[in-house]
Design a binder for this molecule. Structure first.
Ligand code: 4YB
Length: 475
């Protein structure tokens, strides 16, 4: 077992490189200009984390207790996470875009001891005592030592059906994940990673741990400043739709201002046409495949012409059995948290991802999720198969294929698409021609609907469960 740090990672860097910039935050875009950036060195950060940690202790927080945070990314959330770790407590982030009812259901299941949310929050939360970020008058030493095997974070993962599960990771799990990725992706201590994904999702948390592992710079900006902030960092993690939006924006049109060197993509199928377009303006793309339970990325590769997701990273292992992907390794979570206990995430040695995979051309290819498959007139349809073809149409940004009940066929495929322009009859006709040219008839969608805005932006991924609930309401 690797001992990654002898003390808290930020204290380690505060001793090693006290005045190096650790954090940049507060930058805002006003009339195209970026103003108000503030910075913390590792020494300042380490001091500040100790203060907030003591503030938490003064409010009653004890080791192993759980602090829920319901907020979009901000510098406050960073302080809360680090201060929570510092006192040996546990962090769980919840998506603030969920409804009050959903959030209260999630909190009731988590049985969190404390809760933090921004002052402007309108929701009323029913579980956990409210916390504040406070700096004590008299700083004292926080009496908790660094233990990398302590349960540190919980991350909710919805899967495609049912109630979200809370995957518990230790610092060791997260650092093992960071180490394996940074063996292949070049991220030096002078580089900066944009906090480009939410801290209530594993993709955002993984950014934090890569930053701590390397002692590099983390950049936190307002969501409104997102595209501009991509011009101020060397690294970012993006879901494919974010990269697509960047390429369509003025920054992506070769304005020459990007310093962005490398982008790590993941979370969903990554079209090669997208990475091609990004490489054309000098952004080097990495395609990753991962999941919450493994502390994010499991396989990755430098983008190329194929749609595969590369080979396994250090500290993980994978195998394919009966067409499904199984994974294991030091980044695998301790288990799922339920009723104040931690239950193993797998039956045996291997975690069953429920993803269908294939080893082809010396790399892993993800074919879709086992539970998305449906049968139409006796034929199997893997929705991701059809989606891939839809996405090769020039005006399609995102596509989802779902089954709709049908008296004759049992179920038939329906497409829900996000297109550049409104989904007019002309666009639909062009999509139909595209599908006739490129896919066997039983897989062709029999109807095209426009992706509703509220579903496109509620999280980092469009939820198939929400889509199918929405679809059921359409006549
Ligand atoms: C995929 C997939 C792929 C996941 N092709 N299906 O740090 C990172 O790894 C990162 C960087 C940028 C953007 C996202 C990430 C992530 O963490 C993604 C991790 C994630 O999505 N976790 S999840 O628990 O929410 O969903 C996992 C599932 O997502 C997998 O089991 C797959 O079904 C799917 N998925 N990467 C096709 N490249």
């Amino acid at each position: 077992v690797t001992q990654y740090f002898a003390t808290w990672p930020w204290q380690h860097w505060a001793e090693e490189r006290p005045s190096a910039v650790a954090l940049s935050f507060g930058a805002q875009c006003v009339d195209g200009e970026c103003i108000g950036e503030q910075r913390f060195s590792w020494a300042e950060m380490s001091h500040r984390v100790d203060e907030y940690a003591q503030g938490l202790i003064e409010q009653g927080v004890k080791r192993d207790q759980m602090i829920a945070v319901v907020a979009p990314n901000s510098i406050q959330v960073i302080w809360l996470i680090l201060a929570t770790l510092r006192i040996g407590a546990r962090y769980v982030g919840l998506n603030p875009k969920n409804t009050e009812i959903e959030l209260n259901e999630q909190l009731a299941r988590l049985k969190n001891d404390y809760i933090w949310y921004p002052a402007r929050t309108v929701h009323q939360f029913t579980t956990g005592k409210r916390l504040h970020l406070l700096q004590p008058e008299q700083p004292r030493i926080v009496p908790v030592t660094w233990q990398q095997t302590r349960a540190a974070t919980l991350t909710l993962t919805s899967g495609s059906t049912g109630v979200p599960k809370a995957a518990v990771h230790t610092a060791e799990n997260h650092l093992a994940s960071a180490e394996g990725l940074l063996e292949v992706m070049d991220f030096g201590s002078d580089d900066s990673w944009l906090l480009s994904l939410p801290l209530f999702h594993i993709s955002g948390l993984a950014i934090l741990w890569r930053w701590l592992y390397r002692g590099a710079k983390l950049v936190v900006t307002e969501p409104a400043c997102f595209e501009h902030s991509l011009t101020m960092v060397t690294h970012a993690s993006l879901v494919p739709t974010q990269l697509q939006r960047l390429l369509a924006s003025k920054h992506g049109k070769g304005s020459g201002t990007l310093v962005l060197k490398q982008v790590l993509l993941g979370g969903a199928a990554i079209p090669a046409s997208l990475t091609d377009a990004a490489e054309c303006i000098g952004i080097s793309c990495w395609c990753g495949y991962g999941m919450t339970e493994m502390g994010s990325t499991v396989t990755a590769k430098k983008a190329d012409a194929s749609g595969g997701v590369g080979t396994v990273l250090g500290n993980r292992n994978f195998m394919i059995k009966d067409g499904e992907v199984y994974v294991q390794g030091a980044s695998l979570c301790l288990g799922y948290y339920r009723n104040k206990m931690i239950f193993p995430a797998c039956d045996g040695e291997w975690f069953a991802t429920r993803d269908l995979g294939e080893w082809r051309g010396n790399e892993l290819h993800i074919l879709g999720r086992a539970d998305n498959m449906f049968i139409s007139g006796g034929e199997n349809i893997q929705p991701e198969d059809v989606e891939k073809v839809l996405m090769t149409h020039a005006s399609v940004r995102q596509a989802f294929v779902l089954p709709m009940d049908d008296a004759e066929f049992g179920q038939r495929p329906i497409a829900i698409v996000d297109t550049d322009s409104v989904l007019s009859n002309d666009v639909i006709a062009s999509l139909e021609i595209h599908m006739t040219d490129n896919i066997v008839s039983f897989k062709r969608p029999i109807r095209y609907l426009a992706l509703p805005k509220e579903l496109a932006t509620s999280g980092i991924k469009v939820s198939r469960k929400q889509l199918s609930e929405w679809l059921a309401q359409q006549s």
